[in-house]
Design a protein around this ligand. Sequence first.
Ligand code: ZN
Length: 273
Amino acid sequence: MTSYVCPDCKTPLVDLHCAPCAHQFARSRGFPVLLPNDARFQSSRKLVETYDSIYAEHTNVWENQGRTPEFIRFFAGLLARFSPRRLLEVGCGEGVLLAAVAAGEKHGTELSVQALEKTLKQTPARLAIALGELLPFPDKHFDLVASVGVMEHFIDDHAASREICRVLEDGGHYVVLIHEHLTAWQSLRQKTSEYLFPRPHPIRLARWLLGKIHKPIRQPVQNKFTAAGAKACLEKSGFIVSEVIHRENTPEAPLIGPHVIIYVCRKAAVVSP
Ligand SMILES: [Zn+2]
């Protein structure tokens, strides 16, 4: 069984009850809702509503943002290197990646119940509504954590990275993908190269355009990372970045553009406070 802890005070929960906080956490459609009561993160309730409507209105939400079947196979291959015993995906979305990875135990967190329901149809996993900045897991609980395109949407990217470090065992790994921030002009150039040159993908282009017009996805929090800024955040949070993967050094990687960067990180044995 997953031993959830209180996201605020980290005391183990008994039937989703935290004795020191005198707080009973609820379930939503069977999934534990383990959002913090910490005043700094009250906006998480609003985020839940936003992401629920995104997942209710769309399927395959992130395929247009590079989560193609080839990409999922590639990223699952990166995770498989570590033969995970206990894997956590922070922001698991519809569970496409979790379904593609073999692990002894699979865990996922999300802000959207709609997303978790879709995940459960894809793969057996232990799923909870939780915020990356205050995770409801004990210290050193996982040997591998992954996040794909999530770091740039954390309310507090340093707090979330430190928290991911906390739930990893010493020497455990974190594989994280970010999209570097693009200006409007860079973004147009990137979409042109993704859909038109050198290889035209008319069906993907039409789907992307239709989505843009019909049901645009706007994520509420957008951290404007550079490659160096994201790496610095990870290192400050207790990680050693052992490998950086992008299209220039790994041309065979099915990444949608040069702004997509994967960091393979290891938890340093001793984390400075
Ligand atoms: Zn508590």
